[in-house]
Design a protein around this ligand. Sequence first.
Ligand SMILES: [Zn+2]
Length: 209
Amino acid sequence: MEYPDLSPYEYYEFPLSMRNIGWLGPSFTPRPPAPDADPRPLRAASRVLSSVMLGRHVCPWCPGETTPGGGNGEYHYYAHDGEVYAAPAMLLHYVEVHGYRPPERFLQALRVPGELPWDDRAERLATLLLDPSEDVLLRTAGIVDLASWKHPRTLDVLLQAAHDPKLDVAGDDIGCALALLPYDVPADDLPELVRWGFDLQRTTDGANP
Ligand SMILES: [Zn+2]
């Protein structure tokens, strides 16, 4: 599927409105990456996939090759100006191998320093996650994204979610999000699947600090 950059994201239901980045298709022409392109800010901002879907996306320009990162899932980027961007797991591959250059507005958003303050987006994801009357798929869609806010409230919300039996299905996501926070987490008290996700993410970070 091909979507124009910055068009409204509609691929699947998500609690926040997002804009598309890098959903490339036939209208894109691959080229060598520009020598002055610096992929480091993008790489640093693309640590963890927000949602991993069933099914694989294969790079249209690398037939027969296994796409790095498995090719499925999405990265979500939370800009300080309130915008949210959604990109396919292959975004880095497109940039580093096929010379795709994301819109300047998106690249600039990645360069804004400092932690995100708790805002409406965080509140929406947190409220939804803890609301037992909401649909479980929608409640769990933004779990990993919540770790974008390095905030004590994120820790509090995720620990509550970890002990909610209705959210067992997303235990690994909750553990992953907890591991992304710069806090001491009482890992020994976590349910088994949450602990598994937590340990897996901390191990990954240890291997790629
Ligand atoms: Zn490729």
